[in-house]
Design a protein around this ligand. Structure first.
Ligand SMILES: [Zn+2]
Length: 291
């Protein structure tokens, strides 16, 4: 296996055990990406012996990135991330994601869309195609086009490999060689910072907006879904009610201006497209708990 995801460093009497892990990883990477449970078990196994799991970021492949995304997911769930299990709502979010994917830069990447039980207005993407949408966001948007706009923005982050890029940047800033081996646990912690507390780079945000808007339009949604949602975020800031999403997404007003410019330049009618019917949208999410 070229460029193995996990690098075994220590020679010890338990060498057979590490070799077993390598075998399991190799097998898992070889048997495809659909079986999530074995990946989670594997993450648990590796977590039990921290310090031996090493990842080399410069050579990370798509499959390895998906493995990392799965382990990050499992780590978050272990730490209390509450996945919302309502089949109807989750399926609805997945359908919107699937409608957008063909127009992303990585249409064959294995994306996973999940709803998180959290009343704050937020959504985030991790590595390996994992997109998370808060129940607070589902209740906070006006219509399907706005929800699709947020999902498209997150897909664009994933397809542009923004989290991996940011990881490399942080590792470089910490004076580690970019191509050096970095401990697996460190990576998981850095991914948490990237997803929840560190502001993303301005360039990355504008890129995700631009690509997300293009995706939204090409998938047949009204472009005003994206501007309408950003407008709403801006209003919440001016009323002193800053949504959690803005901790990682600054410069809302400028982003809004840039998006309107793009729509004008392209000659698109902002309200031309699907997803603007608020009543139909409210019906689709009616099983959400009122809190
Ligand atoms: Zn973003």
């Amino acid at each position: 296996m070229l460029n193995p995801f996990f690098w075994i460093k220590r020679a010890s009497p338990r060498r057979w055990f590490y070799l077993l892990i390598v075998g399991v990883v190799a097998l898992h990477l070889g048997v495809g990406l659909a079986n999530t449970s074995s990946a989670f078990d594997l993450c648990g196994l590796l977590d039990g012996d921290p310090g031996i799991e090493i990842i080399q970021l410069i050579t990370i492949s798509d499959q390895q990135e998906v493995e990392l995304g799965r382990c990050f997911h499992q780590h978050r769930v272990d730490e209390g991330l509450a996945i919302y299990r309502d089949r109807k709502v989750t399926k609805y979010v997945q359908e919107i994601g699937q409608r957008l994917i063909p127009y992303s830069e990585l249409p064959n990447f294995p994306y996973t869309f999940q709803v998180v039980k959290d009343n704050t207005i937020n959504a985030f993407a991790s590595v390996g195609g994992f997109v998370y949408v808060h129940t607070g966001l589902l209740k906070g948007v006006e219509n399907e086009a706005e929800l699709a706009a947020v999902i498209a923005h997150e897909i664009a982050h994933i397809a542009s490999k923004h989290s991996i890029e940011k990881l490399r940047q942080i590792i470089k800033d910490k004076n580690l060689e970019v191509n050096s081996e970095v401990e697996y646990k460190t990576i998981i912690n850095l991914l948490e910072d990237i997803a929840f507390s560190l502001p993303r780079g301005r360039q990355q945000e504008y890129e995700a907006d631009r690509k997300g808007l293009e995706m939204l339009h090409r998938a047949g949604y009204a472009p005003s879904g994206m501007t309408g949602f950003l407008q709403k975020l801006t209003q919440k800031v001016t009323t002193g009610n800053t949504p959690a999403m803005l901790r990682t997404h600054p410069e809302t007003v400028k982003r809004l201006d840039t998006l309107n410019e793009i729509i004008n330049k392209k000659g698109w009618n902002p309200n031309d497209g699907d997803g603007l019917d608020s009543a139909i949208y409210k019906q689709r999410i009616q099983s959400l708990p009122i809190e």
